[in-house]
Design a protein around this ligand. Structure first.
Ligand code: APR
Length: 233
């Protein structure tokens, strides 16, 4: 059985990382147009860097939760049965990887990576960037930006995601509001291709009506329960 899972901020909520559109969420406290666009970075790079530096510090103090660990078990369990789990995440955290997940497609990039705006080299980063930085590839100072996808930029891995989705028997969205495209369009593409769909979320998302099956509750409870049902444990 081949499954494609799309995760959003809701799967990391119980690890203490904020979601964006829930009450009191990140975009309720900060203006994305001032912090998450190329124009904002060009206008005020220090403020943008400091925003991501603070989120990076939160992430380094966070731990994966039972939902991340359950998906890592599902990846191994399906592989043992000759199937495959493709994990696509909108999240820029590394909690899936730290839970033991082997292949993660980060369509919105990764907070623990930085990209040089001069030579495009991408490298791991765990320190603050606001205080200045040097590219380890080209040696230039102050050219590193967070390796994340800002509003108006093109997400990563779109061809691979499309290809894997068309080969899937099941599409599952976990912890996402279905508010941001192209991720929010995956369920429609799955339905058009006759692929079964399931939403696992705290509350119905904006496109809940498009899903064949739905399962509402906290991810740390709903995801392990679903994985055990799929693996027949
Ligand atoms: N368990 C399961 N779902 C949860 C939990 C939880 N404990 N807590 C919150 N949720 C759900 C909410 O009900 C909501 O539908 O997670 C979803 C989070 O939605 P958003 O905050 O909009 O996050 P997301 O869908 O990942 O946002 C997509 O928007 O700003 C951009 O780049 C950013 O990747 C992000 C994208």
């Amino acid at each position: 059985m081949n499954i494609l899972v799309l995760t959003g901020a809701g799967i990391s909520a119980e690890s203490g990382l904020g979601t964006f559109r829930d009450v009191g969420g990140i975009w309720a406290k900060f203006d994305p147009m001032k912090l998450a666009t190329p124009q904002a970075f060009a206008r005020d790079p220090q403020t943008v860097q400091a925003f991501y530096d603070a989120r990076r510090e939160n992430l380094l103090a966070a731990e994966p939760n039972a939902a991340h660990r359950a998906l890592a078990r599902l990846e191994a369990g399906l592989a043992e049965r000759g199937g495959r789990l493709t994990l696509v995440t909108q999240n820029i955290d590394d909690l899936h990887e730290r839970a033991g997940h082997r292949e993660v497609l980060h369509m919105h990039g990764e907070l623990l990576k930085a990209r040089c705006t001069a030579c495009e080299a991408v490298a791991e980063v765990r320190c603050d960037l606001a205080g200045g930085s040097r590219c380890s590839a080209c040696g230039r100072e102050g050219t590193l930006r967070p390796h994340v996808v800002w509003f108006g930029e093109i997400p990563f891995h779109l061809d691979a995601i499309e290809e894997r989705l068309m080969a899937a028997d099941l599409f599952v969205a976990i912890g996402t509001s279905g508010a941001v495209y192209p991720a929010a369009g995956l369920v429609g593409a799955a339905r058009q291709a006759g692929i079964a769909t399931r939403e696992i979320n705290l509350d119905p998302s904006d496109n809940a009506y498009l899903f064949d099956e739905t399962d509402y509750g906290r991810a740390s409870e709903t995801v392990p329960r679903w994985v055990e049902a799929v693996l027949g444990m």
